[in-house]
Design a protein around this ligand. Structure first.
Ligand code: HEM
Length: 513
């Protein structure tokens, strides 16, 4: 009997021991050895409780992010209050986001400022990927930004560019603010296409300066880190006043839109069907026709006008300003561009848009300008609609994804002498284009959310820059240094505006009329 009891004791101890060993083994497997089924979020700098990395953000986000990537690698995490920011700084990871997982990342993380500027985010830029976005984009691309429409309104571009040349001719010998003049020109082209509105004479400078300030304030607010975005619970307090300011600035544009729409409706009533053929007229007609599935509403209509004015103006004019500054800083580039123009256009002639297809060097100047100074250095932030694995890490649903195209296009492993402005790197082969298919060079973005205005941007840039450098030689006022440093915003701009002195190159004063 004693023997049986002793054996039972041993058995119990043995069972207990085995259970303990199994438990320990399971624990070790789960916590130490089992591969984690979900990869971790990317590494990133340590942050403070609650605020994370918010307080250490540098206002020059594009250079700050590039610096961080040198420590934390091509995909890194920033804790921005309650939101995760993911920064991507390599072509291969950018490809995964914008191409391989295109649909997952086709949404935007709409900032409070964006919502305030666009009637609740009802425009192309901020609307989530889906039927409404497709409808808006189709309307714009087909009816305003297609090559066919752009061909049909060449006269508008010509009129505005000639007006600018004539203004500059009148100021020969004195500095001209090139960014301001280009902004006015692009704005007049856009508003002419929208509702036939262009301003002349003294009004041109006044209205243009006002518009420029409004657009510049709007893009500044869109690029500014805002607590409302990082602590959604605090959004209704608008602690930094970003939304309030945005309502003021965007409200100024809204007043203009309202006025134009009202005028147009009155005119349509009196003229009947026969009326203008501009984009506003087309949109009003489309709104009235209604489409049962995804109708265009008045809110959509106004937010499209907002996209065209804000998205199309200083992106193009800032790029042209950078190009002029880079060419002036690199006189051999300016010389080559002028020689090309002289041989294609001639010195006793004016540039026409039909010439631009015959100017490969100028096209290379545009590509090189957009490589070094991409107008949207972090694109427009994307946002995954569900958690997704990228570069071996998890990007959680709802993160704000910054693709640092500015840094990728300066990557020394891709680009030889990356900081040098050398358009000839784009001459040898047709390898680099604006399609976004090569993620080493994608100044207009890539994938579904690629820029909707590439054709227009290309024409405006090439035609305007061709005209500026064909018509004039340019120099800096004596006491001023030429500089190409940048100021971050959702749209990159020159820190110091370029004011340069034009000297006529063409023989006949009639060519400046
Ligand atoms: C040099 C000039 C320009 C550059 C470099 C540029 C670049 C870009 C970039 C990088 C994006 C974001 C792509 C992404 O997030 O993946 C974008 C979006 C957009 N751009 Fe442009 N852009 C320029 C001119 C224009 C013009 C002239 C217009 C129209 C008049 C325009 C309209 C738009 C619109 C509507 C979007 C939003 C697209 C969407 O979310 O579906 N852009 N642009």
């Amino acid at each position: 009997m004693d023997f049986i009891i002793a054996n039972e004791d041993t058995l119990t101890r043995l069972l207990l021991l085995l259970s303990a060993i199994s438990l320990l083994t399971w624990y070790a497997w789960v916590f130490f050895f089992r591969p984690n089924s979900k990869p971790k979020v990317p590494p990133g700098p340590p942050g403070l409780p609650l605020f994370g990395n918010l307080l250490s953000l540098d206002p020059e986000l594009h250079t700050y992010f590039a610096d961080l990537s040198r420590t934390y690698g091509p995909i890194l995490t920033l804790r921005l209050g309650r939101k995760l920011g993911i920064v991507i700084t390599s072509a291969s990871i950018a490809r995964q986001v914008l191409k391989d997982h295109d649909v997952t990342f086709a949404n935007r993380d709409v900032p409070a400022a964006g919502r305030a500027a666009t009637y609740g985010g009802r425009d192309i830029v901020w609307t989530p990927y889906g039927a409404e976005w497709r409808m808006l984009r189709k309307v714009c691309v087909l009816k305003m930004l297609s090559n066919a429409t752009l061909d049909s309104v060449y006269d508008l571009r010509r009129k505005e560019v000639r007006k600018m040349v004539s203004y500059m001719y009148g100021r020969v010998g004195a500095p001209v603010d090139i960014g301001e003049q280009m902004f006015l020109t692009v704005l007049n082209v856009i508003t002419n296409m929208l509702w036939g509105g262009s301003v002349e004479g003294a009004e041109r400078a006044r209205v243009g300066a006002e518009f420029r300030e409004v657009v510049s304030r709007i893009t500044e607010l869109l690029g500014k880190p805002n607590l409302s975005d990082f602590f959604p619970g605090l959004a209704r307090f608008d602690l930094q006043g970003v939304e309030k300011q945005m309502h003021v600035w965007a409200g100024r544009l809204d007043e203009i839109f309202e006025k134009m729409i009202e005028q147009r409706l009155r005119k349509s009533e009196s003229d009947g069907e026969e009326g203008s053929k501009d984009f506003l007229q087309f949109l009003l007609k489309l709104k009235d026709e209604g489409d049962s599935k995804t109708p265009l509403t008045m809110t959509h209509l106004k937010s499209l006008l907002m996209d065209m004015v804000v998205g199309g103006s200083d992106t193009s004019s800032n790029t042209i300003e950078f190009a002029m500054a880079e060419m002036m800083r690199n006189p051999e580039v300016m010389k080559k561009a002028q020689e090309e123009l002289d041989s294609v256009v001639g010195i006793d002639n004016v540039v026409e848009e039909s010439h631009i297809h015959k100017l490969p060097y100028l096209l290379a100047v545009m590509k090189e300008t957009l490589r070094l100074h991409p107008a949207l250095p972090l694109l427009v932030p994307h946002c995954p609609s569900e958690s997704c694995t990228v570069g071996g890490y998890t990007i959680p649903e709802g993160s704000r994804v910054f693709v640092n195209v500015w840094a990728i296009q300066r990557d020394p492993t891709i680009w030889d002498r990356p900081l040098e402005f050398d358009p000839s790197r784009f001459l040898d082969d047709g390898k680099w284009d604006y399609s976004g298919s090569d993620l080493n060079y994608f100044p207009f973005g890539s994938g579904r959310r690629i820029c909707a205005g590439i054709a227009m941007a290309e024409r405006m840039f090439l035609y305007s820059v061709a005209t500026l450098v064909h018509s004039f030689d340019w120099k800096m006022p004596q006491e001023q240094k030429l500089d190409v440093s940048e100021k971050f915003g959702i749209v990159l701009k020159k820190k110091i505006p370029l004011a340069a002195i034009p000297t006529p190159r063409l023989s006949n004063p009639a060519l400046y009329e």
